[in-house]
Design a protein around this ligand. Structure first.
Ligand SMILES: [Zn+2]
Length: 121
């Protein structure tokens, strides 16, 4: 059944004669910006905004990681502590608790990394 659905979907796609173009859906102008990606990722880490992950044309391991991040189940020190890990839940770079949000967005080191990514792109 899924095969037939996929065939119908593919048959409905109209290909143009021009060159393919990459379009970034998180910006109104279609261009990639780290600001738009950061803003999107900074949205609530849990919720129902994760379905796009499975439709994205990115490697499966990245999809799985982003899904884990959206569900806040990445094995951070905070998550491991909740699973009775005996270690210290503090971030390796600062004194805050290492949660997904902290590790990827609010930690001073994460902010520097995001800035470097922005400059590199
Ligand atoms: Zn930190």
């Amino acid at each position: 059944m899924q095969w037939e659905d996929m065939r119908k979907y593919i048959d409905s796609i109209q290909l143009g004669v021009g060159r393919d173009q990459v379009y970034w859906g998180l910006n109104g102008n279609g261009r990639f910006s780290t600001k738009s990606m950061y803003k999107w990722l900074e949205n609530p880490l849990s919720g129902c905004h994760f379905r796009w992950i499975w439709k994205a044309k990115i490697p499966l391991k990245i999809k799985i990681f982003l899904w884990q991040l959206s569900q806040d189940v990445v094995l951070t020190r905070q998550v491991m502590k909740e699973r009775r890990w005996p270690g210290d839940p503090k971030c390796s770079f600062c004194d805050n608790t290492e949660s997904s949000r902290h590790l990827f967005f609010t930690c001073p080191v994460a902010k520097v990394v995001w800035r470097c990514v922005g400059m590199a792109l």
